[in-house]
Design a protein. Structure first.
Lengths: 177, 195
């Protein structure tokens, strides 16, 4: 079943790209011009995010290389192990709702260190792909219309995030362990 | 908050390195890691740019709009207090669809416009309405069918199966989406009874 799911997922991106291009062609969109405009915007965004990625990537690498992460994992193992949470995941769970670029940096360094196709690589990817930068979304969306009192928005969104992380850990354990 | 997390990581790492004799490798390691981050960033920028380009085509061709249409009945049911034909409906649907397809760049402008429409005519403009919060929590549960950013990162890290976690992400966001609806009801009721 896992192989069937994996095989299907391999088709996802090519089919989607083809569908977008064909639909654009049919609607007489100037494909290359619009693609280039969009890509330029993406490039600008990537470059403006790089300093954040650099900051978090280096900090996490330093934390790992100094041996501090290993010690922290040993301390927390009795708590995290029964819950099925790998200690290496902890920084990501803390940072994910706060900053998209910081969590992207963390995911990149975890994928690089543990391998993207390892259990942790799969788990980290599932979490990254199924969650939002909640605090950023709340700040930007509410701020854009001048709302100051967010009432129960933050506790509600963070509870939903926590449910998402727990589900990701269960699903990843089920698919890849 | 993020500031504190970053400072803590760096200072604990340097302090720990000093105490445990790993400070030498840290000194040179910082710069090799910085270079590594730059190499990864270039790969990542390339894939992000590609996805933004595609996202622009889907927006211009009206593909996003036609994909958003089937969502409308669900939104009408969820946002019962909004009158039929409220302009926020189409904008919210486009936002959710763009998010589901990993086209985050297209999603944000629709989301911001939807918030403006929801804010129109509110008696108290500085306090979030139940509708706004419902839209935000649906957005942050982020029903996701094609996690493009994650696929990009997996590809950049050399995965043999970059899209391999897409199905798992879809299951997780489905659970989160349903929990968001249930919890919104619970939180709204609690807020009302305490007010």
């Amino acid at each position: 079943m896992i192989q069937a799911v994996g095989g299907l997922a391999g088709w996802l991106v090519p089919v989607f790209v083809a569908a977008v291009l064909l639909h654009g062609l049919w609607r007489r969109v100037d494909l290359i011009a619009e693609f280039v405009n969009g890509a330029r915007e993406g490039l600008q965004l990537s470059f403006s995010l790089f300093p954040y990625l650099l900051a978090i990537y280096v900090a996490v690498a330093a934390f790992r290389m100094s041996g501090a992460l290993e010690m922290l994992s040993t301390w927390l193992a009795p708590v995290l192990h029964p819950l099925g949470v790998p200690a290496a995941l902890l920084p990501l769970l803390l940072v994910r709702p706060l900053s998209g670029s910081a969590s992207a940096g963390l995911v990149m360094s975890l994928l690089h260190q543990h391998g993207p196709d390892s259990f942790l690589g799969h788990l980290v990817s599932t979490i990254q792909g199924s969650s939002e930068t909640t605090l950023y979304v709340l700040t930007v969306y509410l701020g854009s219309v001048g709302v100051r009192r967010s009432r129960y928005a933050l506790p509600l969104c963070l509870s939903v995030d926590a449910i998402g992380y727990a589900t990701a850990i269960i699903v990843a354990g089920w698919l890849w362990h | 908050m993020l500031n504190a997390v970053w400072a803590l990581l760096m200072l604990v790492a340097l302090g720990f390195g000093g105490a445990h004799g790993t400070i030498d490798s840290l000194g040179s390691g910082l710069f090799t890691q910085a270079m590594q981050a730059a190499k990864l960033a270039i790969d990542l920028a390339a894939v992000t740019a590609f996805w933004f380009g595609l996202s622009r085509i889907a927006e211009k061709s009206g593909l996003l709009e036609s994909l958003a249409r089937p969502l409308m009945p669900l939104l009408h049911w969820l946002f019962r207090k909004l009158p039929d034909g409220h302009p926020a409906f189409a904008l919210m649907a486009m936002n959710l669809v763009a998010n589901a397809l990993g086209l985050g760049s297209a999603a944000t402008p629709f989301g911001l416009k939807a918030m403006q429409e929801l804010a129109r005519g509110m008696p108290d403009r500085e306090t979030a309405s139940d509708e706004m919060i419902l839209f935000l929590v649906l957005n942050s549960a982020a029903l996701n069918l094609l996690p493009a950013g994650t696929i990009a990162m997996r590809a950049a890290a050399g995965s043999l199966d970059p899209a391999g976690t897409a199905v798992a992400s879809t299951i997780v966001t489905g659970v989160a989406f349903v929990s968001a609806l249930i919890l919104h009801g619970v939180f709204r009721r609690a807020a009302r009874s305490s007010a």
